[in-house]
Ligand binder design. Structure first.
Ligand code: B12
Length: 336
């Protein structure tokens, strides 16, 4: 975990207690001392939220602590918007939406506010917007640019559908958010017209109208087949795990529910990694899952055994890429 600056550390303290008023006062005091909105967002609010996520992943904070803090940060964003001076120049209209499936609205709201302070007239369309609805809204409002925000790589398939829906209207759609990684490769493969990186100069990223259409890389047939068969494979994996992992017989209903969810995530991450031809997506996910499980008392060997079993089930179903990924990405490297 990176140490927080003093302002962020103070904000985190009041945010955890779910106190919007002192949090808003704190941030507006920074604003009146001359700190610009973009600096407040990127140097104070975002680090607070990264820390919240790290504490949740480390099992130091509960989901309730995270929700309390996020609600406060959302309130602070609203207050900041009220304080925003009219921009020097008006740049155009933008729609900002979260990709289908993506519920991380706070990063997208931060981005929307950054655009507003750059002079864009932004409509924010919230979390997990179905691509068809995005298309209908964009067809009526005809924005100059659409930005699709995606935080978790699991929802990059949803982002692909959003880019395609916007491209059909001949409008530019840019990619933003942590799920796209640290360069424009994923955004390009998914058919975005451009990518707004984490340290992007927004003026430069949006100054020239982005290319209107870029055909996405074709999706490999196995990604599609695996996606279609996910529910059935999830059931087969869970039955095979019940047979081959004796400890599962002692699991509580809550542990069984978490196991079902995790198997679903593993299968969905396999789909995304194969779809983008990017093993790194699955590797990063397995590392993250190993960390989250370890902080909740689940030894790495359980994940390795589960990956073995899932690998066998997908191999039996003829999913060779998925089986290869399971075999190569085992967390603890215990012998099979
Ligand atoms: C709050 C939170 C939630 C809330 C979201 C509520 C909300 N209102 O957003 C809830 C509870 C819904 C949630 C759910 C989940 N979450 Co969550 N969440 C977070 C948390 C703690 C903060 C999110 C946030 O506010 N980020 C704000 C900043 C920090 O994000 P940022 O990406 O740096 O944003 C900047 C840029 O990306 C860019 N940007 C983004 N969009 C746009 C748009 C435009 C126009 C522009 C210009 C720029 C731009 O600008 C932003 C500001 O600089 C993060 C931790 C984190 N590191 O983000 C975890 C985190 C993202 N979540 C995580 C996970 C795993 C999940 C779940 C899968 C958990 C689960 N088991 O269910 C679900 C998925 C739900 C879903 N379907 O989307 C993981 C993701 C790990 C990974 N890499 O895959 C994280 C990293 C936590 C962790 N450390 O493990 N989460």
């Amino acid at each position: 975990m990176t140490p927080l600056g003093p302002e962020a550390a103070e904000l985190l303290g009041v945010a955890r207690r779910g106190q919007p008023r002192p949090a808003i006062e704190l941030v507006l005091a920074l604003r009146s001392r001359g700190l610009e909105t973009d600096a407040i967002i990127t140097d104070v609010l975002a680090p607070v939220q990264v820390e919240v996520g790290d504490r949740w992943a480390a099992n130091l904070w509960s989901t309730a602590d995270e929700h309390a803090s996020t609600a406060v940060v959302d309130g602070v964003l609203g207050a900041l918007a009220l304080q925003e001076r009219a921009p020097d120049a008006w740049r155009g209209t933008a729609l900002v939406a979260c990709a289908e499936g993506e519920h991380h609205t706070t990063p997208a709201r931060m981005g929307a506010q950054l655009l507003r302070s750059e002079g864009w007239d932004v409509t924010f369309l919230g979390g997990s917007l179905p691509a068809d609805d995005l298309q209908r809204y964009a067809a009526v409002t005809e924005p100059d640019v659409v930005v699709i925000s995606c935080t978790v790589p699991l929802f990059l398939g949803g982002a692909r559908r959003c880019f395609a829906a916007v491209a059909e209207l001949g409008l530019p759609a840019l990619a933003a958010g942590a799920a796209f990684g640290s360069d424009d490769v994923r955004a390009r493969r998914l058919g975005a017209s451009g990518w707004i990186g984490p340290t992007a100069d927004l003026g430069a990223a949006l100054a020239a109208p982005p290319a209107r259409e870029r055909s996405p890389a074709p999706s490999p047939p196995e990604a599609f087949a695996l996606e279609l068969a996910t529910e059935e494979l999830q059931r087969s994996c869970l039955s095979a795990m019940a047979e081959r992992l004796p400890a599962m017989a002692t699991y509580s209903p809550a542990q069984l529910a978490s196991t079902r969810t995790d198997v679903g995530y593993i299968l969905s991450y396999l789909v995304t990694s194969i779809d983008l031809g990017d093993d790194g997506i699955f590797t990063a996910f397995v590392e993250w899952l190993a960390h989250v499980l370890a902080t909740r008392g689940v030894p790495p060997v359980v994940l390795d055994r589960s990956l073995d079993i899932i690998g066998d089930v997908v191999a039996e179903a003829g999913m060779t890429e998925a089986a290869r990924l399971c075999a190569t990405q085992r967390a603890a490297g215990t012998p099979r």
